[in-house]
Design a protein around this ligand. Structure first.
Ligand code: PLP
Length: 369
């Protein structure tokens, strides 16, 4: 009797455009966090689909090695609990509705209290007490209470029956810039806000972890560095021994012979300087490849860097194949192992965060371990 089994990679239906997600590299990068901040708890930030890598698989891969997971939104925390994750989860944007407090208790989600409008929710909540973080604004002016209100607020919240435990958090605005005095100022303001309070504190994002040891405090909150890109201006992932987790790949689907002067793509913005082969890769902005990538952009093909020419379309990009041995079906790397996302981001005048988060749903994630 024959048994029909679905192959792991179905030759008919599996996506030709895929992001390989190397979970061993992810755990290696968590090890880099531990090396830099050995005394701190690690809250691995997995918001926005774990920066496009897939929230549940990434959270599962880190569940045994991280001390907590950080998400931006309440529903992101709920989704992780529904997937069976048991690691402590912190919701960084905090609650906006009363029903979320009950759900937070049931699902064991820790809440961030960062604004006046959330105080009545806590006052009116009479169920089992919650683990909370009080956020202080030390200079970013996005979320958090002013420094001079912190002591009073901290004592007041700690008295509330709704609050089981209370920790303090702030966020750094300029830690990616080693020369910016704003970080030292923020650290100083946190001392003003919380000096003498008996509580655990959290300050550092990835850049803080790597570049500002004074910001490590009791809990660090790495995001980008876990995914293997550099969070610090002027530094490469390699400089910190970070390994790329996502490698974005797509196939070469056509090779065309151009005559000198023939125009390529929408708007005909690029002209062949001589008779030459042009490669067409089946990936475009509909997959998250940045449409505004500029001159100088490259991909990796058969171990060689190859220039991207002409405009990025929704489903395709075009390559200058002069001096490259290539055939239809070859797999092209857009970023990841062998071609750092940091570098690709500079060609697109953006940051690696947006490249990762921008990878769309039609790109298959293939998990390697
Ligand atoms: C996103 C986020 C982080 C992680 O930042 P990275 O720069 O990716 O390390 C940490 N803390 C808060 C509050 C965040 O919103």
């Amino acid at each position: 009797m024959t048994c029909i089994r679905t192959p792991i990679t179905d030759p008919v239906t599996s996506s030709s455009v895929y992001a390989e997600i190397d979970l061993a590299a992810l755990r290696h990068n968590l090890g880099v966090v531990r090396k830099h901040a050995p005394a701190a708890g690690v809250m691995a930030v997995v918001k926005s689909m774990a920066y496009g890598h897939g929230a549940v698989p990434v959270a599962r891969a880190l569940a045994d090695s991280a001390d907590a997971l950080g998400v931006a939104r309440f529903e992101e925390g709920v989704a992780l609990r529904e997937a069976g994750l048991a690691t402590p989860i912190v919701v960084l944007e905090g609650p906006t509705r009363a029903e979320q407090l009950e759900a937070a208790f049931k699902l064991d989600l820790q809440l961030t209290i960062h604004h006046e409008s959330q105080l009545p929710l806590l006052q009116d909540y009479a169920d089992e007490p919650l683990d909370c973080w009080l956020k202080v604004d030390t200079g970013m002016h996005r979320l958090g209470f002013p420094v001079d209100r912190m002591r009073t607020l901290f004592e007041r919240l700690r008295q509330l029956p709704a609050v089981a435990s209370l920790r303090v958090m702030t966020h750094l605005a300029c830690a990616d810039d080693l020369t910016n005095p704003a970080t030292a100022n923020q650290l100083q303001r946190l001392v003003e806000a919380t000096g003498g309070l008996q509580t655990e504190k959290s300050i550092a994002n990835s850049a803080g972890i790597l570049a500002w040891p004074d910001s490590h405090a009791d809990w660090v909150r790495p995001g980008l560095m876990l995914y293997g890109a550099s969070p610090v201006m002027g530094k490469a992932a390699d400089d910190y021994d970070l390994q790329a987790v996502m490698t974005l790949k797509a196939p070469l689907i056509a090779i065309n012979d151009l005559e000198a002067g023939e125009a390529v793509g929408y708007g005909g913005t690029w002209l062949a300087p001589e008779a030459m082969p042009l490669g067409v890769v089946g990936i475009g902005y509909g997959d998250g490849y940045p449409r505004h990538i500029g001159a100088g952009a490259q991909v990796l093909l058969n171990g060689q860097r190859v220039p991207v020419v002409g405009r990025v379309s929704m489903d395709m990009i075009t390559l200058d194949l002069r001096g490259v041995r290539a055939q239809v079906g070859d797999i092209v790397t857009l970023w990841g192992k062998g071609l750092p996302a940091d570098e690709v981001a500079t060609w697109a005048n953006t940051i690696p965060y947006t490249l990762f988060c921008g990878v769309t749903a039609r790109v298959e994630r293939r998990y390697l371990d």
